[in-house]
Design a protein around this ligand. Sequence first.
Ligand SMILES: NC(=O)C1=CN([C@@H]2O[C@H](COP(=O)(O)OP(=O)(O)OC[C@H]3O[C@@H](n4cnc5c(N)ncnc54)[C@H](OP(=O)(O)O)[C@@H]3O)[C@@H](O)[C@H]2O)C=CC1
Ligand SMILES: O=C1CO[C@H](CO)[C@@H](O)[C@@H]1O
Length: 368
Amino acid sequence: MPTQTCRWGFLSTAAIARKNWKAVCLSGNSTVTAVASRSQDSASRFIDECMAESPMLPARPAAVEGYEALLAREDVDAVYIPLPTSMRLEWVLKAAAAGKHVLCEKPIAATVSEAEQMVDACANAGVQFMDGVMFSHSDRLESLRAVLDESGPCGQLRRLNAHFSFNGGPDFEQQNIRADSQLEPHGCLGDLGWYTIRFILWAMDFQMPESVIARTLRTMQKPGSPEPVPAEFTAELNFANGVSAVFYNSFVTENQQTVSISGENGYVTLNDFVLPFYGPELAWEEHQHVLEIDNCRWNFGQHSRRNAVVEYSSGEANAQETKMIQTFARCVLTQETDPFWPQIAIKTQQVLNACRQSADQQGAVVSL
Ligand SMILES: NC(=O)C1=CN([C@@H]2O[C@H](COP(=O)(O)OP(=O)(O)OC[C@H]3O[C@@H](n4cnc5c(N)ncnc54)[C@H](OP(=O)(O)O)[C@@H]3O)[C@@H](O)[C@H]2O)C=CC1
Ligand SMILES: O=C1CO[C@H](CO)[C@@H](O)[C@@H]1O
């Protein structure tokens, strides 16, 4: 076990692994020692391309053929697993058995039972488990938490609204893993709903909803995919304290990443809650508009205020994905696993599967 640097192995050359490669380079407490792919050529190509843009120090990682071979390496402390969702159970269990800490992409699993097996295996092996939600590590959330206090601009919370969509375009259904039920069984609910659910749970301080009602509005099916997957999805969550939340996910509606948190006295909005708008600040707005009525004059006065934290959107040392790597690596290096991360992953999975169950039963109420 090194004392200064967490040594990462990447399980696959997924597109998202390139972003986290750079985050490792910028982290100051991590390095990648090996990248595994189904073919060694592809691992080598990935490493060449990443090295050209963002050189890994102190040494070029090894290109490994096969994920199993990477897990057998002694120079790997932690693995990053961005394999398709349906493959994660197998590889998280194998990684835990090999004593590797696990940063697992989202959605972590197809079912709650699979997610629990993963988290239990990591806990039993004494290794950290965390999902790949970068925004959980942004300073913006910490600042926003203070604003959500009852004495803040919203007052008592009433309603949450989260929307995450992108338009995949004409080839998406034909080519993307997200439209293949064998690889990504929950389609847009898994890919985008994971974030909308996570944000809602975060705003509720991880209190679970009492019940959910959901609908799949549209499906997609990649050629060869055994089943269609949700391509447009909506859900309503109801909480015991009277707060309600709604979310929407879509692969056919153009880029939108908006959340609003509404209360008795006002509301807060973020327009880029997952992938922050390009630039050196992450912002949110608070609103307390006032309707002034005086006989025939009806003036709706806009009262909005912009707030921001100094943090780069991505690809810099203070960006949220770099903070994710740093936080994870600190758990590894101090040998102090943090149960918070697996707990919130399980809660997110529980809500996701309840929503899918409701949608599969045409909007039946599902209790949690
Ligand atoms: N946290 C975040 O910000 C993001 C998270 N993600 C999540 O990461 C996961 C991967 O997404 P993305 O990077 O777009 O995926 P890609 O399609 O780019 O990569 C998936 C990788 O899995 C490996 N693989 C192994 N078996 C298969 C198979 N049968 N079919 C396809 N790929 C296979 C391949 O690597 P190889 O050939 O090298 O073995 C492939 O490169 C998704 O679940 C997604 O939700 C995605 C983007 C952002
Ligand atoms: O996690 C992710 C981040 O956002 C993308 C959309 O813009 C998703 O498709 C991806 O899986």
